[in-house]
Every structure is written in structure tokens, then in C-alpha cells.
Design a protein around this ligand. Sequence first.
Ligand SMILES: Cc1cc2nc3c(=O)[nH]c(=O)nc-3n(C[C@H](O)[C@H](O)[C@H](O)COP(=O)(O)OP(=O)(O)OC[C@H]3O[C@@H](n4cnc5c(N)ncnc54)[C@H](O)[C@@H]3O)c2cc1C
Length: 466
Amino acid sequence: MQVTYKKIDQQDIEFFQSVMPKSRLFVGDEIHEDYSKDELAGVHQYPDVVVEVINAQEISSLLKYCYENNIPVTPRGQGTGLVGASVAIHGGLMISTVKMDHFLELDKENLTLTVEPGVLLMEISKYVEAEDLFYPPDPGEKSATIGGNISTNAGGMRAVKYGVTRDFVRGLEVVLMNGDIIEVGGKVVKNSSGYSIKDLIVGSEGTLGVITKAILKLLPLPKVAISLLVPFPTLEQAVETVPMIIKSKFIPTAIEYMERRVIKNAEDFLGKQFPDASSDAYLLLTFDGNSYDEVERIYEKVAEVCLEGGALDIFISDTQERQESIWSARGAFLEGIKASTTEMDECDVVVPRNQVAQFVKFTKEVEQSVDIRIASFGHAGDGNLHVYVLKDQYSDAVYKEKLGEAFDLLYKRAAELGGHVSGEHGIGYAKLPYLRAQQGDVYMNLLKSIKYAFDPKGLLNPGKVC
Ligand SMILES: Cc1cc2nc3c(=O)[nH]c(=O)nc-3n(C[C@H](O)[C@H](O)[C@H](O)COP(=O)(O)OP(=O)(O)OC[C@H]3O[C@@H](n4cnc5c(N)ncnc54)[C@H](O)[C@@H]3O)c2cc1C
């Protein structure tokens, strides 16, 4: 049942003030501009009220009230998302979790870490690595919250070997729209106890409930990590080598592809040279393990495969300093591309790994046929590409038309190749038309039925995902 949303008034604000102090509640002009957008920047809307919550009870009281009064609610982490998912497109109340940033428990007997949702990804790696433990998911934006990562099922570089965020969530505490607080999953390693509500909530982009606690699975920290930077004569040859690597059964931790144009954007952005300038296309691979010998045995095999695939050379980075200089450039690709243009939008499709080369080739054809600059890089090892359509000198109207044309072609081709709309950034608001186009009514109605089972009035992060 879709209700008519109520506009927040003074009486509602007085209720919110009864739940929390004024210092954590922002109304109208007091709301910072950051809360009107995310990193996509193409979707803008201010919420009417922002609250910085500190515990599940506060969230429960707020949601219960909003449920009874038909007020839309948008959960929010750090706003680093790229699909408009944390933008309050219908106004209403925004619940920011950034102040729920406590580590609750490190359980070394169960290898789990329990955290509040506002803990930042970068803090998690620091915290567990100091204890010789490892939280493998490694999305590029380290200032994102773990609540945001869980809600988008964030991927990142190490997905090739370790999987994605969903694979590392053991349990969650979640507040439902009617104010009920539930716990799903737990510290258990296995669980076949009916439908996995936990796995539904992971990746639900704040549309099913607000995550207030997460139990994360940890691994022992690998002792050795080595990167290979591998130049190729062309980008096609670089990406065509990736399925050969996968077929070799010597699986790296990460396989990223990059081309000169994008490297140049990152160099300009960072004011720092990339460690190699000999080629226009590269694969960047990482390997980890418990001894140098173990890692060397694997990377030597993969290096052989790369040379068979036409690689021009193999540069081994086995010092912290060298690895950092390469990975800092890789980490700046998105910001570098953004800084090189006036506006951009992203297509984050995922295709089977043996179709990455086809898709990359297709992006070049679209660049020509639509006559618009397209930059791409991505996680070649898991088939997830980040393709950016750039506005440059075009007017708003021309860009909108060309962007639509390019996206229609790109999403259609990804589907033909057996791919999906989003590999890791989610659907949010911006990618909803493409999800609908690919999945059709039966699938979308199933998503809606799930949504309404959790949130019968459609008040939690409305207009997103389905
Ligand atoms: C430079 C850059 C690089 C990036 N690289 C990657 C990458 O490699 N891999 C990747 O997957 N993503 C990447 N991202 C995208 C982004 O960082 C992720 O989507 C991240 O998970 C968002 O976290 P956040 O805290 O910023 O969440 P927000 O953007 O605030 O919110 C994202 C979604 O989660 C929901 N949400 C947030 N907290 C909660 C909660 N506690 N309960 C319920 N719902 C909640 C929001 O409603 C929204 O739907 C990148 C972004 C940038 C800017």
C-alpha cells in the first residue's frame, strides 16, 4: 500500500525533540548541503529534518512515529554512494548513523567483530589488522560507513579471491519501519533456519530496515601481499588475458584494468606521476598468502599467463612504498575522472568474466557512435566495470540526450552478455529504469512484495531499488 506522504510540521519536530537533544537535530536551513546529495551529485533533494542518532532505541522511536504519521525516512551513512540511494528524494526525515561509530566486540574465539553502523571502513581495517586479523572487503572509498557498505553489498578490489561484503556479514540488528527491533543471523558459521532475512537486508539500500549493529566475519591476516603491474600493448589484450588467468586456477586477490587516459586523469588529480609510463594499458594484480614462497609460486604462474597474453613486461611491487604508489593512483581514478570533466554519470555493470573484453570493446564503439567521452576502469577479475559518461563541453540538454543514448546501449549490451545492472554500487534512484528494463514485471513485483512485507506503507527510503 502506497500512502500519501505527510509533510513534516512543528508538531512532528517537537516529537523528534522529545527523542533526542537539539544538538543532534537539524531543520530546514540548518541542514548542510552535503545531505542534499551523494557522490553521484546528479540527484539533489534536501530532507526536511536530519537527525544524528546514537542508538537503536532512538531509531525505533523515530521510525514508529514516522510510520504512524506517514513520514518518509531516508537512512544515511557517509553519502559516498553513487546512485542517489541516500538522497531524500521525497523529503521527510533523514537518519544519519555517523555518530553510531563504536566498536562493540572483537571475539577472537569466533573470529567476529561487532560494530555499530557508523564505523568507517578504514577504521575497521586498522582495528583488526592491529590484532593480526583481516576484514577482506576493500571498496575504493575507505571513508564509507560499514552500514553503507552492508546496505549496498559493497564489492571492491579483493572480491576476486574473497567475495563481497555479503560474504562477511554474519549477523545484523535492524530496526523495522514500524519500530520493531530484530536480530538476524548471529555469530554462527552456518545457518539453514528458513529464509535468510540477513542476506535480504544486505544490499537492500536502506529500503527494508535501518541497520544498527553488524557482526562481521574475520580471517587471519595474510602475512605477505605483492602486486604486479603488467603493461600490455592494448587494453583489449590486457582484458582478454583475464579469463586466461582465471582458467589457470592461480587466482589473484585482485585484478584491475586501467588505461593511460584514466591514469593521466589520476596523475593530474594527485599531482604525482604513475610509476610507469611505458604503455597505454595495464593489469594490476595483487596476491596474498602466508609466506613469500607461497605467493611467489602463484604470481610466477600468473606472470607466465600474462606474457602468453602479450604482456610487455612484469613489474613486481614487493615493498610497501611501491605498492602504495601504484594503489594510490588506482584509488584516485574516480576522483581524477570527475575532476577532468564538468559532470558525469556511471554505469557499474557486471558481466561474466570472459565477456569483459567484449564489453570494454563495446564502450569504445559507443564513445564513437554517440560522440561523447567515455572513461572506464574496473575490477576485471570479477567482471565489474566502472564506465563513466562525461559531459565535458556539452550543454545540459545535449548531455542528457547523449547520456541516455549511451546508457541505453551499455545496459542493453551488458544484459545480452549475461550481465547485470550493478556489480557493487546498487540501484538507488538513478539506476531504477535500467533494472526495470532488464528484469521485467514478474521480478520487479517480487521485489515490491518483499519491500511491502518489511515496510507496508512504503515509507523507508521510498523511490529506491523497486
Ligand atoms: C571514490 C569512490 C570510490 C568508490 N569505490 C567503491 C568500490 O570500490 N566498491 C563499492 O562497492 N562502492 C564504491 N563506492 C561507492 C560507495 O562508497 C559505497 O556505495 C558505500 O557502501 C556507501 O557507504 P556510505 O556510508 O557512504 O553510505 P551512503 O551513501 O550514505 O548510503 C548508501 C545506501 O545505504 C543506505 N544506508 C546507509 N547506512 C544505512 C544503515 N545503517 N541502515 C540501512 N541503510 C543504510 C542508504 O540509505 C543508501 O541506500 C565508491 C565511492 C566513491 C566516491
